[in-house]
Design a protein. Structure first.
Length: 133
């Protein structure tokens, strides 16, 4: 697979990986070996960053869109993420609240759908436009 794909699967920024990693394709076996027993450079990248956008969003408890709304376009290191969490700016507080609302709404919809599924066909109207007989 392409180095870009392997970096995504490993949860690291391609630009932060060693030159030899970026220079050649990665086999599935090599990827599995790196996941099972990460080389030192991979362990350091995962621990210290810089982290890709999805990892930054997850660590901050916001969405990728939330990062974009806040103007966060560059990768962040673990230290930068910790600093934001220790003294959250207004945008982070707002985005975390927004994300919590989204999660609550998803839970509500899942519970509603589970309740409907448990009831089976009961409560389903004949909305097909037929004679209703």
């Amino acid at each position: 697979m392409k180095p870009e794909t392997a970096a995504k699967k490993l949860g690291v920024l391609l630009d932060a990986t060693p030159d030899d990693f970026r220079a050649s394709p990665v086999t599935r076996d090599e990827l599995a070996a790196m996941q099972a027993d990460p080389p030192e450079w991979l362990a350091t990248l995962r621990r210290e960053g810089p982290h890709p956008r999805g990892v930054v969003a997850a660590k901050l408890g916001v969405s990728n869109s939330g990062l974009a709304r806040a103007g966060i376009t560059d990768p962040l290191t673990t230290a930068e993420i910790k600093a934001l969490l220790e003294a959250p700016p207004a945008w982070l507080v707002e985005e975390r609240a927004r994300q919590a609302g989204v999660r609550a709404e998803k839970r509500r919809i899942a519970e509603r759908d589970a309740e409907r599924a448990a009831r089976g066909d009961e409560g389903r109207g004949g909305g097909g436009g037929g004679a209703g007989v």
